[in-house]
Design a protein around this ligand. Structure first.
Ligand code: ADP
Ligand code: MG
Length: 323
């Protein structure tokens, strides 16, 4: 946990995808089972996250948003200042300091919701408003007041595809939540939220892929691996369709990727990568996560043992019966 809390300062808001990450993670934390993300121009001009979670009271909303309104946020003028804001519990004020930001939120048992509008860290409006149960946060014109940071954004297509990749991984790791992703007015992802990982894979990658899936089930003392792989006949030229979830956290790991490669290549000579969605459970005290906005590289206490477990789980799944 200590490493997790050591979020590198300033990395909270690096690009549109990091904003979406913070907002959607808050939606999940709020117990939502429906999360909708809408973006325009790769998120550079418009992002909106709507959830049906527990919402915030007016007091909660003030606390979440205005924590630094009187001091740091209004002084934000350069990258260095933003960098000092980016630690845990400050995602919302940090985002609000570098965008045109609006928050609408209502709790189940309150008659009215709360609307807060902030521009570049300055509160423009805070009032009662009618709204649905849950929370909607809109972020427009990201980095409008920090031109240096704005220059680091890539093209809308690149920024949009980072958001898309992130939502796919979140949807795969939260099958009990229904995700919708709307990109430039087009619905590009919609998952049922019925708890089935198979159904999430089908709704993201299509029926042609889901018909070629093999199930993974593996258990060895304190390691448990479950998930899906495409058959060796359906491999791809890149690793982008591989998602690893360790103790509920989406991670990247060289050993896991390599173990899958080795298992596939022991059966077929050509190189390539299957679609893989693997959920791995290990004792929490045997892992260490280095958190970055886009990627969490995981270190296992015993890399060799994880490698062998993944290798074996994959081989069991893809080996023709009787071999
Ligand atoms: P953190 O998530 O680290 O607490 P944030 O700045 O991301 O910090 O959020 C601050 C607080 O605002 C959260 O702890 C939560 O109480 C509240 N909050 C943020 N987003 C939501 C949401 N979508 N639904 C309900 N509460 C929220
Ligand atoms: Mg948060």
């Amino acid at each position: 946990e200590s490493t997790i809390n050591k979020i590198a300062a300033g990395e909270v808001v690096e690009r549109p995808a990091s904003v979406v990450k913070e907002l959607v993670e808050n939606s999940i934390d709020a117990g939502s089972n429906k999360v909708e993300v809408e973006i325009m121009a790769g998120g550079t001009s418009f992002m909106r996250v709507t959830d049906n979670g527990r919402g915030m009271s007016t007091e909660d909303a003030k606390l979440a948003i205005l924590r630094h309104a009187t001091s740091k946020i209004q002084e934000v003028s350069d990258l260095n200042t933003i960098n000092t804001l980016g630690f845990r519990g400050e995602a919302l004020p940090t985002i609000a300091s570098v965008s045109r930001f609006s928050l609408m939120t209502r709790q189940r048992d309150s008659e009215f919701g709360t609307l807060v509008e902030i521009k570049g860290g300055k509160v423009e409006d805070l009032r009662e408003a009618g709204c649905n149960i849950g929370t909607t946060i809109k972020v427009e014109d990201l980095f409008f007041n920090t031109p240096a940071r704005k220059k680091f954004m890539k093209t809308p297509v690149t920024e949009g595809s980072k958001i898309n990749d992130f939502i796919i991984k979140l949807a795969l790791s939260n099958p009990e939540i229904s995700f919708k992703f709307i990109n430039n007015n087009k619905l590009v992802l919609s998952t049922p939220g019925n708890g089935s990982q198979y159904d999430v894979i089908q709704s993201i990658y299509g029926a042609k892929v889901s018909e070629e899936l093999l199930g993974v089930e593996f258990e060895d003392i304190d390691i448990k691996i479950t998930g899906f792989l495409t058959k060796p006949s359906m491999i791809r030229s890149s690793r982008t369709w591989q998602t690893f979830i360790v103790n509920g956290r989406i991670i990247s790991s060289r050993s896991i990727g390599k173990a899958i490669d080795n298992a596939y290549h022991s059966l077929l000579p050509k190189s390539g990568y299957p679609l893989a969605v693997l959920k791995i459970e290990v004792p929490q005290n045997t892992i260490d996560v280095n958190v970055h906005p886009q990627k969490s590289e995981m270190k296992f206490e015993d890399e060799g043992r994880i490698f062998k477990a993944v290798y074996k789980s994959v081989l069991d799944a893809i080996r023709p019966a009787g071999q």
